[in-house]
Write a protein that binds this ligand. Structure first.
Ligand SMILES: CC(C)(COP(=O)(O)OP(=O)(O)OC[C@H]1O[C@@H](n2cnc3c(N)ncnc32)[C@H](O)[C@@H]1OP(=O)(O)O)[C@@H](O)C(=O)NCCC(=O)NCCS
Length: 182
């Protein structure tokens, strides 16, 4: 098992392990996507340049500790979003997958391309056994991303999380290392 933060390359994207010096460019991508992110991501409502700087610092520490694996997605010289593995359970060898894409770059298959690369990293490099993903029942775009990557819908979590002041029901998705990957 490698412990060197890897840069992942896909057909169109470069996924760089999140570092403190990514913070300003990530904030720029968040700021221009806030109307969409506010509907979907709990953290968006209180996001700010300093909050993103804290986030980048935590993510860099996660790479150092090898307990959290977050990537900044680059399309050419633009930050296109982030994708990462969080909530690592070392005993169960499980993680949660999370992602968002800058609004003006959505609809081009970028979340699917980035998500698939991180899934391969999770199983092939980290040796994880299972990945989980929680998607609001009305977030059809993210459900499509999950399914295109190979996740299976396993059930419904009632009021799984709070976003935009509302408790939302969400589908639980799972992907095993042994599942077929498209
Ligand atoms: C959800 C999100 C990650 C999708 O990113 P993306 O790069 O546009 O995703 P992709 O292009 O890889 O795939 C999107 C799929 O959803 C579909 N889609 C998009 N909007 C849709 C809608 N309103 N209703 C139904 N399907 C929709 C697309 O057609 C595509 O499916 P297809 O390939 O079968 O046609 C992005 O919109 C986003 O960041 N949203 C806000 C944050 C978020 O929801 N994060 C995920 C939380 S679980």
């Amino acid at each position: 098992m490698t412990r060197e933060p890897p840069v992942l390359h896909t057909g169109r994207l470069r996924l760089e392990p999140t570092r403190v010096d990514h913070a300003a460019a990530v904030w720029n991508a968040i700021e221009r996507s806030l109307p969409e992110l506010n509907k979907r991501m709990t953290w968006a409502a209180s996001s700010s340049p300093s909050g993103v700087a804290d986030y980048a610092q935590r993510m860099e520490a996660g790479w150092r500790d090898w307990t959290n694996w977050d990537f900044v997605i680059h399309l050419g010289d633009k930050v296109a979003g982030t994708v990462g593995l969080n909530r690592f359970d070392e005993l169960w060898r499980t993680c949660n997958l999370g992602y968002w894409i800058r609004s003006d770059l959505a609809g081009q298959g970028l979340a699917t391309e980035a998500g698939a690369a991180v899934v391969s990293f999770a199983f092939d490099q980290l040796g994880l056994h299972r990945l989980e993903l929680t998607v609001a029942v009305d977030n059809v775009a993210s459900q499509r991303v999950a399914e295109k990557i190979g996740f299976q819908r396993e059930g419904t979590k009632r009021q799984a999380y709070i976003v935009d002041g509302r408790a939302v029901d969400a589908f639980a998705y799972g992907l095993l290392a042994s599942d077929p990957r498209p």
